[in-house]
Design a protein around this ligand. Structure first.
Ligand SMILES: C[S@@+](CC[C@H](N)C(=O)[O-])C[C@H]1O[C@@H](n2cnc3c(N)ncnc32)[C@H](O)[C@@H]1O
Length: 203
């Protein structure tokens, strides 16, 4: 369901999202968000300290999630995990630690610059079981039933077709797989002066 957006509005929103996150990749989350990001965001979301203790500063600084998907359920040694909208890859790297060398973690993101940053972050940590690639939540570049767990942090609110994105997450999960989703939701109607604004999607 792509709501009632015109094709032109949808194209503007997609371009705006990529523009914003290219900028975030280039200059850091900094002033781009209205919630805590980077090391302070990680601290406030109570990530398990033992998993991130030796993450270098650039890895922590790249975090711009809205929650902590790992607080929603366990991830076990040997499992395969997909991080949708991985950004700089912080959660993907945490997942890789949790599954260990016998498991794997993959991250996809629609913004090429974010994937470049995630690969640069990966080069700073000693993990062999991680891959990153450009891809869209609405068309995941993976076969059916490829993962035990799908995680995502602050991304589904940005997808234009949320039903399709959820169907894609379901498609790549094995039977009995788990979706651990941290995100923002609207709890009331937007005021009329904001409801129609294309920029509201990525401000
Ligand atoms: C708020 S950031 C969160 C990044 C990361 N999950 C984290 O916690 O640091 C949102 C990310 O979603 C990506 N994104 C937005 N729309 C997407 C889509 N349709 N498919 C895949 N990634 C998308 C953006 O490029 C951006 O990197």
């Amino acid at each position: 369901m792509e709501s009632n957006l015109t094709n032109q509005e949808a194209a503007l929103i997609r371009a705006g999202i990529r523009g914003k996150y290219s900028q975030v990749a280039a200059s850091g989350p900094g002033a781009c968000f209205r919630y805590p990001t980077g090391e302070e965001g990680v601290r406030q979301q109570h990530y398990p300290p033992e998993l991130i203790r030796d993450f270098p500063a650039p890895v922590l600084a790249s975090f711009c999630g809205v929650g902590n998907p790992f607080s929603l359920g366990p991830i076990y040694s040997g499992e395969a995990v997909l991080d949708i909208g991985c950004g700089g890859g912080f959660d993907t790297l945490v997942a890789a630690r949790l599954v260990g060398p016998g498991g794997r973690a993959a991250g996809i993101d629609v913004t090429g610059e974010m994937i470049e940053q995630a690969r640069a972050n990966l080069a700073l940590v000693n993990l062999q079981n991680v891959s990153f690639r450009v891809g869209e939540a609405e068309a995941l570049p993976f076969p059916d039933q490829d993962f035990d767990v799908v995680i995502s942090n602050g991304v589904f609110n940005l997808t234009l077709d949320k039903e399709l994105a959820l169907k894609e997450a379901h498609r790549v999960l094995k039977p009995g797989g788990r979706l651990l989703l941290a995100d923002m939701v609207l709890v009331a109607e937007l005021p009329p002066e904001q409801a129609g604004k294309v920029e509201n999607w990525y401000q």
